[in-house]
Ligand binder design. Structure first.
Ligand SMILES: Nc1ncnc2c1ncn2[C@@H]1O[C@H](COP(=O)(O)OP(=O)(O)O)[C@@H](O)[C@H]1O
Ligand SMILES: [Mg+2]
Length: 269
């Protein structure tokens, strides 16, 4: 009985999505537009507004940090933008063809949704989320395998990225044979492997010491300088100060924004 009702709901959602997915024009340099994003969790009789009408525009080559204490809605934001969770209302418009054709994540067909997740969004998590039985090389390669990329193209890309993040020598290692910082570098390579529009990082340095954190931030700044868009959420204000823009998230709402750009060498002074 339960199975049947779940199936029915899924079909209905597909129909709704297909009926409403429409392209909108956007500035080609804009990667993502978020409008009035709201997410409400219901637990028993109570509701929690994890995100309340959040608005944000991210451009190419922009590094944005969102700072807020535990429970302020950071992970919920990353999960909604990263197509891992569905918001209750609002718009998440991605520049899907990189030329200014915008599509709302919530109104896409299942096929478009899957493609965006695989090709346009690079996710980095606090606890790395690597497959323990795959080597560093295989972990980085996996999104390309899922995307059915040719094996020669895969090899060149994966090796190039591992070299770029300084892990060429470690590519046959399993995650358990790597340090935290090395594992996080593998996830950065994995996030980049399908040339995403944006990198979304949830507390990417939360488990790392200061020296390793500095190395990860250097990689982020290199990516930014090569035109990548990055959105990082963190409870750590010091780390956030290296970003171009620092936005404060309080109880699910954006409550302030300041300019960042502090040199990495100065964040721990
Ligand atoms: N799956 C869930 N079900 C119910 N409440 C949730 C769920 N996920 C998060 N919350 C609540 O939403 C709020 C925001 O959580 P979260 O986005 O994880 O914050 P942060 O990452 O900033 O610590 C918190 O009050 C949290 O308890
Ligand atoms: Mg969190």
């Amino acid at each position: 009985m339960l199975k049947i009702s779940i199936k029915k709901k899924k079909v209905k959602m597909n129909k709704e999505r297909r009926a409403t997915a429409k392209a909108v024009r956007m500035d080609p340099d804009t990667v993502l537009i978020v409008r009035d994003l709201t997410k409400i969790y219901t637990v028993g009789n109570s509701t929690i507004t994890a995100l309340n009408k959040v608005n944000l525009t991210i451009r190419r080559g922009e590094f944005i940090a969102i700072v807020g204490p535990s429970g302020s809605g950071k992970t919920t934001l990353i999960n909604c933008l990263g197509a891992l969770d569905f918001p209750d209302s609002g718009e998440i418009i991605y520049n899907v063809d990189s030329k200014g054709m915008g599509l709302d994540l919530m109104l896409m067909t299942n096929k478009q949704h899957k493609k965006i997740r695989l090709r346009k969004i690079g996710l980095i998590f606090q606890f790395y989320n690597l497959f323990p039985i795959l080597t560093a090389y295989e972990n980085v390669e996996l999104p390309m395998v899922i995307d059915k990329k040719d094996s020669k193209v895969r090899k060149e890309k994966v090796r190039g990225l591992l070299k770029k993040i300084g892990l060429e020598e470690r590519m046959e290692h399993l995650p358990a044979q790597l340090s935290g910082g090395e594992q996080q570098r593998v996830t950065i390579a994995r996030a980049l492997v399908n040339d995403p529009l944006i990198i979304l990082a949830d507390e990417p340095t939360g488990e790392l010491d200061t020296e390793t954190t500095t190395n990860i931030l250097k990689i982020f700044l290199d990516l930014k300088n090569s035109g990548e868009a990055l959105l990082m959420v963190t409870h750590n204000r010091r780390i956030a100060e290296t970003a171009d823009r620092i936005i404060t998230l309080t109880d699910g709402e954006f409550t302030g924004e300041v300019k960042g750009g502090k040199p990495i060498e100065e964040i721990y002074k």
